[in-house]
Design a protein around this ligand. Structure first.
Ligand SMILES: [Zn+2]
Length: 358
């Protein structure tokens, strides 16, 4: 089983420029200046939890005149990510936080290539974002910007080095209808691909998970993530999930809380459930014999979502566990990184059960 090395990387956001005159810039002006789609403190949605976010308090203090004692300085925010050198197919957790003795961050934003990375506020005035280190990538470039409450701006481009992994190859024998589908089946496959692409491409701006992720099923690994697959001696694909051995009927649990995005019978994936965990992040559970959750339904971590089966393109009963960030498939084992759990504990906003009640 591949072991993922856990370490955290960090640096300061560099490139400070044009600090605005202190106390002159208003929050309203900043809101007007900044484009949509970036994270702001406080979060723009209504807060069922009466929990004030620290940047708001600071902003109010500032508007009424700079505080006299121990004035924090406009220091470059701290950028941290884990794992420090992510292996191919890893989910990377990134945080942007105020420097010690530095001014609070008013807003932050990030993007990887042309994809905005939604950021979620953390306790203590920072933000959390998720980045994919895709398979076959050497490097991922992440652009991060932050504006402090005095208007000073900081930007940093993070060149995240992706560590290569050795993926084994395997030969599988499956029914011919799965390798040479007829025209009607091809049409179904195309329709389902589009459906999945649309679902996984939908970004919920709020994080819906909390705390550590868990395995959906205990059992031995029958096929690891990334394995190269030859169906009837023909190289067809890479394994885009993590297979766990099980008996038909074994319970399958949600790896974390979220909303059921898809619950369907699909040609390749069989009876399948996809859970939206927020920030563009999803998990998938395939080849089930039975699904017990419906689309749109809220699920808690560890809740029963279905049972192990052998539906779709399979060689026997097992669970295919998948993870996706903004449509990019990732190794679900990377969700078990304690770095992800640690940063997630500090997420602000409604608890999953409150979100469920909305
Ligand atoms: Zn699989």
């Amino acid at each position: 089983m591949p072991k993922l090395r856990m370490a955290t990387g960090s640096l300061e956001l560099g490139g400070a420029f044009s600090a605005q005159p202190r106390g002159r810039i208003s929050g309203v002006l900043l809101f007007a200046l900044l484009s949509a789609g970036c994270a702001k403190a406080p979060p723009p949605r209504p807060q069922p939890v009466a929990e004030p976010t620290p940047p708001v308090i600071e902003l109010i203090i500032f508007a009424e005149g700079p505080p006299e004692l121990a004035a924090p300085r406009p220091l470059a925010p701290r950028l941290r990510w884990t794992p420090a050198a992510p292996p191919e197919g890893t989910l990377v957790v990134m945080t942007v936080e105020p420097a010690r003795g530095g001014l609070p961050i008013f807003e932050a934003r990030a993007r990887a290539g042309d994809k905005p990375i939604p950021l979620a506020p953390l306790r203590g005035g920072g933000f959390l974002g998720l980045v994919a280190a895709p398979i076959s990538a050497d490097e991922v470039s992440v652009e991060v910007g932050a504006v402090l409450i005095d208007g000073s701006r900081f930007t940093q481009t993070l060149a995240l080095r992706v560590a290569s992994r050795d993926f084994p190859a395997t030969r599988l024998r499956v029914a011919r209808r799965f390798t040479t589908p007829d025209e009607r089946t091809l049409e179904r496959i195309r329709r389902e691909r589009q459906l999945i692409r649309l679902a996984l491409g939908t970004v919920t701006e709020t994080p819906l998970w909390r705390g550590p992720f868990r395995r959906p099923l205990d059992g031995r690994t029958t096929s690891p993530y990334g394995q190269r697959r030859l169906f009837n001696n023909e190289l067809r694909s890479r394994h885009t999930g993590h297979d766990i051995d099980g008996e038909t009927g074994d319970p399958v649990y949600a790896a974390n809380s979220g909303r059921v995005a898809l619950s369907r019978d699909l040609f390749f994936n069989g009876q399948a459930v996809f859970i939206d965990h927020g920030l563009g992040f999803y998990t998938g559970y395939f080849h089930l014999s039975e699904r017990v959750v419906g689309e749109g339904q809220w699920v808690e971590q560890g809740e029963l979502i279905g049972r192990v089966g052998a539906t779709g393109r399979v060689t026997g009963p097992h669970l295919h566990w998948a993870a996706y960030l903004q449509g990019v498939h990732l190794d679900p084992l990377s969700l078990l990184d304690p770095g992800l759990a640690g940063a997630s504990e500090r997420l602000l906003g409604p608890t999953p059960s409150l979100a469920a009640a909305r």
